[in-house]
Structure formats: structure tokens, C-alpha cells
Design a protein around this ligand. Structure first.
Ligand SMILES: [Cu+2]
Length: 140
């Protein structure tokens, strides 16, 4: 293999790796339900994440860990601005144990669900939120 070929091979491999891995931006999202889906109640909600560590909130927090977050579900709520402490109250549910699933009973109609990450102090972070809209059909 001459050097010229070797250099090209290196460039091609680099290009393939960067396309294959996609973005390394941290994000949180709904695994289910999917945006725009029509379902019946109760709804199994599952969160997913990329490039960010999900963990339980420690019993005592001196300093929030910079790179560990937990999920929050906003039921008929929009993403809060970065730097906001997520209220420990409706319409927010905290997953302080590091969990990523919940079953939610919902009235028929259109609902907006937000999944938003918060640090150990439940403070929102830039970019780590997604909102979807689903429709619940009456049963039967
Ligand atoms: Cu929280």
C-alpha cells in the first residue's frame, strides 16, 4: 500500500465514523409514545437519552454533579427555560431514582408531553428537553 492510498483510506474511514456516530450532542427524548401518535389510556411512557448520564439524585447534594441528570415528565407542560428549578409539583413528575418509565392514565383528547432533564438540584440544562403531542382516543 503506498502512502497516498493510505492517506485516502484514513480520510474515508474518518468520514464513515463521523457519519455513523451521528451527533455527540447530549439529548433526552421519548422512546415511546411517538410524536403524533394516537393511543388509548393508560399510556406507557419511556424516556431515552444520548451522550448524557442518567442517575439517581443522591441523598445529600453539596454540589450538583455537572454531567449526571434525571428525567422529568411534564404532563401538558412545555419545556422550561435552561437554569430553571423544576417544581416538585404538578404538572411535573420527577424521576429522582434514575428511572425512565411510567404508566400514565390520560383523559381522551390531545396532550402535550415534555421530557426534561434536570441536575441533582432539579435545574434544567440547555437543550435537554423534548415535547411531543399525542391524542388519546375514548375506549370502546
Ligand atoms: Cu428532579
Amino acid at each position: 500500500m503506498d502512502n497516498r492510498y493510505r492517506r485516502w483510506a484514513g480520510i474515508v474511514i474518518l468520514a464513515m465514523v463521523s457519519v455513523g456516530c451521528g451527533s455527540d450532542e447530549p439529548r433526552v427524548y421519548f422512546v415511546q409514545p411517538q410524536d403524533g401518535e394516537t393511543l388509548t389510556s393508560p399510556v406507557e411512557v419511556v424516556f431515552g437519552s444520548d451522550n448524557v448520564e442518567i442517575g439517581a439524585v443522591p441523598d445529600e447534594v453539596d454540589q450538583p454533579r455537572p454531567d449526571v441528570v434525571h428525567y422529568h415528565l411534564g404532563y401538558n407542560a412545555e419545556c422550561l427555560p435552561p437554569g430553571t428549578v423544576i417544581p416538585q409539583a404538578d404538572p411535573w413528575i420527577h424521576f429522582g431514582d434514575g428511572g425512565n418509565e411510567i404508566e400514565v392514565a390520560m383523559e381522551p383528547g390531545v396532550h402535550r408531553l415534555s421530557v426534561q432533564a434536570g441536575d441533582d438540584e432539579h435545574r434544567t440544562l440547555e437543550g435537554l428537553c423534548e415535547t411531543i403531542e399525542i391524542t388519546i382516543e375514548p375506549e370502546g
